[in-house]
Design a protein around this ligand. Structure first.
Ligand code: FAD
Length: 486
């Protein structure tokens, strides 16, 4: 049996491995000359940067691919569990170093935000429970197969649906749980883990903090790109075939069945099944323009995108960790700008990731590699060059106000990633980082399924389909495709 995977993003790689393990011949066509899609890296002067994802959770989903293939994960890939999740900074000079240990976290929160420890511990317990009920139902299986609703654990979870806070926004849930506005802001931030707006995203997403504060946050030895490198190596070792610089122009559909693909060279290749790791919107619009598309699904609001400045910085900063957040004073205004005005507000939340803190070879001695990101709207033909200039100045100001650092003279080199580039490098519709936004109580149900209802033998994996974006969910999409294929 032959299969074709369109795209070597993290989900495409994971699907290819799973199909190979099932006994399929697998050929992956990738438009770029490298695997990994958004999960890639580059060199700049003497600095190494992970270009896209910087936060790594649920590493067992990566290990599982090696185990399934009969390999020892540690022969390919290693990672460490972090003690600190993030360092948070506010303009009024409040600093909170968030431990991944719930008790330490609560103790420090009580000191910094003057709240009872129990308030924080109760919240973390609640987030844990929510995750345990929801993950197997909403994340680990297809929501689009009736038979899955007949499973007993699903029935039990659905009986508790009133506890999921679907009718309330994440912000409303957090505001009811915390007496400190800063803690509300800190936990609202988890909506950005799938590019959503905490003032609109359903309260059930308050399960996300459990990933970091319950299960843990991790750092791959060698940096995030090692995730791509190691599973790409595994795929090759078990016999997956790759063709790079190979853009698929069309999915060939014959009598409501996907039978193969047409390359941009005009060459046709045939297979028993086709899996698209391309964003689902261009998969329909570009690869199957004559097929009926699920218009309502494709027209859903896009998730946020980002502006990223990669700076080689002369200097080392003890107050900073691997993950650092400098919060906006007007968080609601920031999300209103991103999702409604499709622009940037003047006081953005700034995220700084410094992988050289854990991987010293990522920067020359005495220097650091700063990945500086602000959330941005998806691409609606804004004047991005002007917004980049504006953002750079706002970020300098924020770093100065929150950290007291005059960063501009310390920047040795810079490159910038914006929504236009994200779109052109990975075919992600409008440069959104996570496909559709989850700014809707029914978000989990209305994402595109991992299979086609109309076309047999056609499957979908990756951040734009169920269960959503981000490395863990992309890996779960591959697992669901695996389960759907008999
Ligand atoms: P993609 O990475 O989008 O790759 C799709 C691949 O398919 C590309 O290589 C593309 O070239 C190829 N392709 C598309 N169309 C065709 C075609 N027609 N023919 C051939 N090839 C094609 N996630 C986290 O978990 N943690 C984070 O901290 C995090 N931060 C992020 C920061 C940034 C700046 C970005 C951009 C993303 C971030 N994400 C994060 C999200 C995460 O990167 C994505 O959800 C995930 O990598 C998407 O993987 P994917 O498999 O859907 O495909």
């Amino acid at each position: 049996m032959k299969s074709i995977v369109i795209g070597a993003g993290i989900a495409g790689l994971a699907t290819a491995i799973r199909l190979r393990v099932k006994g399929y011949e697998v050929k992956v066509h990738e438009a770029n000359n490298y695997p990994g899609g958004k999960l890639t890296a580059f060199q700049q002067g003497g600095y190494r940067f992970d270009a896209g994802p910087s936060l790594f959770t649920l590493p067992y989903l990566v290990d599982e691919l090696f185990e399934l293939s009969g390999k020892n994960p540690k022969d390919y890939f290693d990672y460490i569990k972090l003690d600190t999740a993030c360092h948070y900074f506010w303009d009024d000079l409040t600093i909170f170093n968030a431990s991944t240990n719930p008790k330490e976290f609560a103790k420090e929160a009580a000191k910094v935000f003057s709240v009872p420890e129990v308030e924080v511990l109760d919240y973390l317990k609640y987030s844990h429970k929510l995750y345990e009920y929801n993950s197997p139902v909403f994340l680990e299986q297809s929501l689009h197969k009736i038979k899955n609703y007949l499973k007993s654990h699903v029935g039990k979870a659905l009986l508790r649906i009133w506890q999921f806070n679907l009718g309330k926004s994440m912000h409303r849930v957090n505001a009811q749980k915390f007496s400190s506005k800063k803690l509300v802001q800190l936990f609202d931030r988890y909506a950005t883990y799938n590019g959503s707006n905490p003032y609109k995203a359903p309260g059930v997403m308050t399960m996300i903090p459990h990933l970091e504060h319950g299960i843990g946050t991790f750092f791959p030895k060698g940096g995030m790109h090692e995730i791509t490198q190691s599973i790409f190596k595994l795929a090759k070792d078990i016999g997956v075939e790759f063709q790079f610089e190979s853009y698929i122009d069309e999915i060939i559909v014959d009598d409501h069945k996907a039978t193969g693909v047409r390359l941009d060279t005009g060459k046709e290749e045939f297979a028993d099944l086709v899996v698209s790791n391309m964003d689902v919107v261009p998969t329909y619009r570009k690869l199957m323009p004559t097929q009926k598309a699920p218009e309502r699904t494709l027209k859903q609001e896009r998730s946020s995108s980002a502006l990223i400045f990669y700076w080689g910085v002369k200097g080392e900063f003890k107050e900073l960790n691997l993950h650092n957040i400098l919060f906006s004073n007007d968080y609601k205004g920031e999300f209103d700008s991103i999702f409604n005005k499709k622009s940037l507000q003047s006081d953005p939340t700034v995220y700084i990731n410094i992988s050289s803190k854990y991987n010293p070879t990522d920067a020359p001695k005495g220097c650091e590699n700063w990945f500086v990101m602000i959330n941005a709207p998806a691409d609606y033909d804004q004047d991005w060059d002007q917004l980049i200039d504006k953002a750079r100045k706002m970020i300098y100001d924020k770093i100065h106000t929150s950290l007291g650092i005059d960063i501009k003279p310390l920047i040795e080199n810079e490159s910038v990633l914006d929504p236009r580039l994200i779109q052109s490098q990975t075919s992600s519709y409008r440069g959104a980082l996570y496909g559709a936004a989850s700014n809707n109580p029914l978000a989990a149900f209305i994402r595109h399924p991992n299979f086609s209802n109309r076309i047999e033998n056609l499957y979908f994996c990756g951040g734009s389909v169920h269960p959503g974006g981000g490395i863990p969910l992309c890996l779960l999409s591959a697992k669901i495709v695996d389960e759907l294929i008999e």
